[in-house]
Design a protein around this ligand. Structure first.
Ligand code: AMP
Ligand code: MN
Ligand code: MN
Length: 317
């Protein structure tokens, strides 16, 4: 895809990502925004996502993000959707995406079937930021764009550790850090640093975790009662499922939190034996082979029973 060609003539451009934006979502939306502001100075460009976590405050012009989903433009010439495998993950931004004269989809979820007028989708890419980087012309690149994209790559690769990290990913990272930002500080402050409350939630989830299938699966949950008592939001739960996955002998980790009475958001992580994207897709969610998610209704025990059945089918093959 030639991005600037696709955008030629567009005077109003909206950019969005998925609800509960993670590092790749914030990084790709802001990297794209900062780039288009420079490459297309006469266009009105509006980034629209939910308010990013405070750890992302180091990204330039974060205050330009429209979080109230009332951009003052009803029909955009072009709307760019990033890091979203399905339309419903745009949340309140969906009508703007659907109403736009042209819709561009850029994504790295293997489950993305391509639903825009133009799309750039690669299920092998580490992150949407990696794909955004592919589309940018060097002459408009700068340190702030590089930093935003770097953050997304770092987050979706678990600091260049997960199997989605490729030689291409590392080549891009090499080019990005040449811009000279303080990357160890960025990794610490956006990825590893946790608030006291986040650590408390992590501690709770670990203490309460249960293993099954001879220790090959681990599950933990945080319910509404606990969330209300601690004043914890989903933002506090990031990273918990990864920590569960580090349990020796575990192939699949499951973390669930109650989004509504008897309705859970489920995060799955796999060491490779089980394709959790397949399981998530079955429950109308999505993701990648080793990291996927979905929502499910029922009691905690019923949900775990159903999910474990899906896991067992793959494990017994
Ligand atoms: P999470 O477990 O929320 O950290 O998500 C892991 C991966 O699965 C990410 O790539 C998400 O974008 C994707 N994912 C999580 N929940 C959903 C969902 N409900 N629908 C589609 N993809 C999802
Ligand atoms: Mn994401
Ligand atoms: Mn991503």
């Amino acid at each position: 895809m030639n991005l600037l060609k696709e955008l030629k003539g567009s005077m109003t451009i909206g950019i969005s990502g998925h609800t509960k934006p993670d590092g790749d979502c914030v990084g790709s939306v802001m990297g794209m925004y900062l780039y288009l502001k420079k490459a297309m100075p006469s266009a009105t460009v509006i980034p629209m996502i939910e308010k990013p976590g405070e750890e992302f405050n180091c990204i330039a012009n974060l205050e330009d993000i429209k979080t109230d989903f009332n951009p003052g433009i009803e029909v955009f010439d072009t709307y760019i959707g990033l890091d979203c495998s399905t339309e419903d993950r745009y949340g309140d931004a969906l009508p703007y995406f659907q109403n736009a004269k042209k819709r561009i989809v850029i994504d790295h979820h293997i489950s993305n079937e391509g639903f825009g007028d133009a799309s750039y989708i690669d299920g092998q890419a580490s992150s949407t930021c990696e794909l955004v980087y592919d589309l940018l012309e060097d002459k408009y690149m700068d340190i702030e764009i590089a930093k935003a994209l770097y953050i997304g790559i770092i987050h979706d690769t678990g600091v260049l550790q997960y199997s989605c990290t490729s030689p291409k990913t590392l080549n891009i990272v090499a080019k990005l850090i040449e811009y000279g930002f303080d990357f160890p500080k960025i990794i610490d402050e956006t990825f590893y640093e946790k608030t006291k409350l986040q650590n408390e939630m992590l501690g709770r989830a670990l203490v309460e975790s249960i293993t099954f299938a001879d220790g090959k699966c681990i599950v933990s949950k945080i319910d509404r009662k606990i969330m209300d008592f601690y004043g914890a939001t989903p933002h506090e739960f990031e990273g918990i499922v990864n920590q569960l996955r580090y349990t020796k002998g575990v192939e699949v980790a499951i973390f669930m939190y109650e989004i509504d009475n008897m309705e859970y958001k489920v995060s799955l992580r796999s060491r490779g034996l089980v394709d959790v994207a397949k399981i998530a897709k079955f429950y109308n969610g999505g993701g990648h082979q080793r990291a996927a998610g979905f929502t499910i209704k029922g009691t905690f025990h019923d949900c775990v029973n159903n999910i474990s059945d899906s896991i067992m089918i793959q494990m017994s093959k």
